[in-house]
Design a protein around this ligand. Sequence first.
Ligand code: MN
Length: 274
Amino acid sequence: MSICLCCGPALLGRRGLLAAAVAAAALPSGVRAAPVSAGPAEGTLLDDLVAANRILYDQGVVDGFGHVSVRHDKDPNRYLLARSMAPVLVTRDDIMEYDLDSVPVDPRGRTSYLERFIHGELYKVRPDVIAIVHSHSPAVIPFADTKVALRPMNHMSSFLGTGAPVFDIRDAGGPATDMLIRNPSLGHALAEAMGDHPVMLMRGHGSVAAAQSLHHVVYRAVYTEVNARMEAEALRLGPVTFLSPEEAAAASKTVDTLVERPWAMWKQHAMGKS
Ligand code: MN
């Protein structure tokens, strides 16, 4: 029997969620049981997550930093995220399973991203969200650090709606954090601040994109960066006429049906380099 990366504890005998909760309650305070695996994720989902990592690098959204996650297909209370490493180097073997408290199911010595709480806490409050990208894509950051809102320049970025909100970590973490979402409390504050928006900027840091699938979230992360470049250029020329909220809502519905076209192209380009 092959040993799956995502189901180590399952090999020891899978317990129900209730049993796991009882076991956790029996432990001394401050000590918690390792989460129970949801079992092996679908291979196509793992392949998509690897592709998403490479596409985001190839399209200039992530560099050595940044990450992308997806909910486990067998359990909405689990998500999949690479171990702490540069996204372009991620392979299937690097993908780890987490519960929504961002505790790894079976770390086996692998290091977790410090900011994994962005993912777990957002999945908790957004049942509609299936995939999340966190990046420091460079053209977006000027809009996180100024009062100029990131708004949709054209139909391709219509998911930006009335504009991306900005999360200021000082509101939750005080005046002297290291800017990282390094614990559940900061992750929860970020998730609450994001509300129903698909994209939120993070002052002095980067951005978060969320969507109903890996393909959609990659699309949004790429076009958030593209929109930021276009908007900065337009602002140099003069006053900008953005998509109206009504136009953005209508265009967003259409564009949501078209994300497979660029995904196929981006995937071929990114994977062809490996
Ligand atoms: Mn970050």
